[in-house]
Design a protein around this ligand. Structure first.
Ligand code: HEC
Ligand code: HEC
Length: 317
């Protein structure tokens, strides 16, 4: 009996060792997405090899940053707040002013941007070509030496994998267990009707990539005229791309200039934008009348915004 048991254990152990062994020997299949991930986290794409995409787009904060303006090379500051790089696969416009229309085009921007990574693209490509690792990886995926097109393609492919799928709001919509609390459901109604948030933050990611002005631009204290810098159409002065709201509870501070520290500050602003920005230019007509939200309604609305957080970012208690 004893001997048989021991025999079985030995066989099982041997099998475990063997399968474990063969697993570690199988090389991980290298994909475009995986190459893009390596590039996203590699400071090689910055002038002094100190900053990667992930220095500003921090995975623990839904690929956004925790400060109003992120730090690039030589301690220089970015000129706008770092948005989340998650849930971007469906975006038709990127950057706060929408100056890029594809993720491939967008990815090249921060590499060259003097306040961010400050590396000429030709130099970035040269560096990848000097790296044995990257030459090998580009060749096995693209059958080509590293070039600008494939570098952008790989980074964009990785970004397309950063989608949020499992939130209390999604589960509630799909009639699945662990959906929203009663308070969050009340908050959702306020979001859609009384607070009019849905007028701009609609579709599954809570943005339709439109450009709107909530009245933060007044030419002096707030002086980033947004979409106007791209179109030079006076009707666009002060308009910004409506940001998506998935994971918004973990991406503070808020707005293109990071001037709102909490979701409560954001809600108080929308309740009556004229208090903080009496001279906001081009403010959208949806925001003309104060909303008149009660204290309870503000709390419910904030609770709803917390229901948009991917489970990955919910701290386990
Ligand atoms: C120094 C900080 C910093 C670094 C480094 C950086 N970014 Fe950004 N990122 C920003 C800022 C700031 C913006 C917004 C700029 C604007 O709107 O003008 C932005 C915007 C974006 C957006 C647009 C999101 C949207 O919804 O419009 C994506 C995607 C993105 N970055 C990806 C990347 C990638 C890929 C890299 C690396 C190649 C990178 N970023 C490097 C700060 C940074
Ligand atoms: C008229 C269109 C419009 C309406 C209505 C609207 N928003 Fe916005 N929202 C925007 C725009 C545009 C921005 C970016 C503004 C900027 O940075 O200057 C924004 C930014 C935000 C942000 C900051 C997100 C980030 O990542 O920085 C939050 C949170 C937000 N809105 C929530 C709401 C809520 C809650 C409501 C309802 C009370 C609402 N919005 C109503 C257009 C709108």
């Amino acid at each position: 009996m004893h001997v048989v048991k021991q025999g079985i254990i030995i066989v099982l152990l041997a099998a475990a060792v063997l399968t474990g062994f063969s697993f570690s020997k199988t090389p991980q299949k290298i994909t475009k997405e995986r190459l893009g991930e390596m590039l996203f986290f590699d400071p090689i794409l910055s002038e002094d090899s100190s900053i990667s995409c992930a220095s500003c787009h921090k995975p623990a904060f839904a690929f956004a940053d925790t400060v109003a303006f992120s730090t690039g090379v030589h301690g220089r500051l970015a000129t706008r707040n770092t948005p989340s790089a998650m849930n971007v696969s469906a975006r038709e416009a990127l950057f706060w002013d929408g100056r890029a229309t594809t993720l491939e085009q967008q990815a090249l921007g921060p590499i060259e941007n003097p306040n961010e990574m400050n590396l000429p693209l030709a130099e970035a490509v040269k560096r990848l070509n000097r790296s044995k690792k990257y030459r090998h990886l580009f060749f096995s995926i693209f059958k080509s030496v590293p070039n600008q097109k494939y570098m952008a393609e790989a980074i964009a492919a990785y970004e397309r994998t950063l989608e949020t799928s499992s939130t209390p709001n999604d589960r509630w919509l799909n009639d699945e267990p662990n959906g929203m609390t009663e308070q969050q459901v009340r908050g959702r109604d306020i979001f859609r009707v009384k607070a009019k948030c849905f007028e701009c933050h609609f579709t599954p990611d809570f943005t339709a990539d439109e450009f709107r002005s909530i009245g933060l631009f007044n030419g002096t204290t707030h002086n980033d005229s947004g979409r106007y810098l791209v179109t030079r159409n006076p009707a666009d002065i002060g308009k910004m791309k409506v940001p998506g709201l998935r994971n918004v509870a973990v991406t503070a501070p808020y707005m293109h200039d990071g001037s709102f520290k909490t979701l409560r500050e954001v809600i108080d602003y929308y309740d009556n934008p004229h208090v903080k920005m009496p001279d906001g230019i081009n403010r959208d007509t949806v925001l003309r009348q104060p909303l008149g939200l009660t204290e309870q309604e503000k709390q419910d609305l904030e609770a709803f915004l917390h229901a948009l957080t991917d489970d990955k970012f919910v701290k386990r208690k």
